[in-house]
Design a binder for this molecule. Sequence first.
Ligand code: GRF
Length: 192
Amino acid sequence: MEKSSGKKNTAVLISGRGSNLRSLIKYSKEKKSLIRIVIVVSDNFSAKGLNHANKFKINNIVIKYSNRKSFENRLLKLLKRNNVDLICLAGFMKILSGSFIKKFYKPILNIHPSLLPKYKGLNTHNRAIQNKDKYSGATVHIVSEKLDSGKIILQKKVKILKSDNKKSLEKKVLKIEHKIYPKAIIKLLASD
Ligand code: GRF
């Protein structure tokens, strides 16, 4: 494993489309980036995001999720083998256990499409629109045992217009997600 550059070996976990993965890959390719993506892990064989990993020749693997314990045991071994220092969840749809988080013992980040602590869990855009919120946004936070509740690293707002629907809001928020995930990594690692 290369170590000399001081970049953090990073694992990105996905379940689907992988547009945040793509933005993290793009960032990792910048000369001054603080991360090197050493592995992409999916719990889903048909995750489209795996194509991004393949395109950039990044090592990737699907770990079948039959139950949490066996998934997490396999994942931990894989992370160890790859000297992973940082995990970025990017649309990863499974909840990691407290025991996994303790055993990994290094930072795990997640990106969530709302202004946390508002709208933890799923269906965030519909909920923001239904509540007639003026703003929505995205949050990058540390993963803790409680869903979408760990320390907030970075958050950015977008205005919800009267004309917005779920699709248009999702698009606006996603654009912001792609910008703030790399920034949050820089913020986290700069304080290291
Ligand atoms: C993003 O909205 C992210 O915030 C949420 O799941 C979605 C994943 O999108 N956790 P993508 O797979 O990165 O395109």
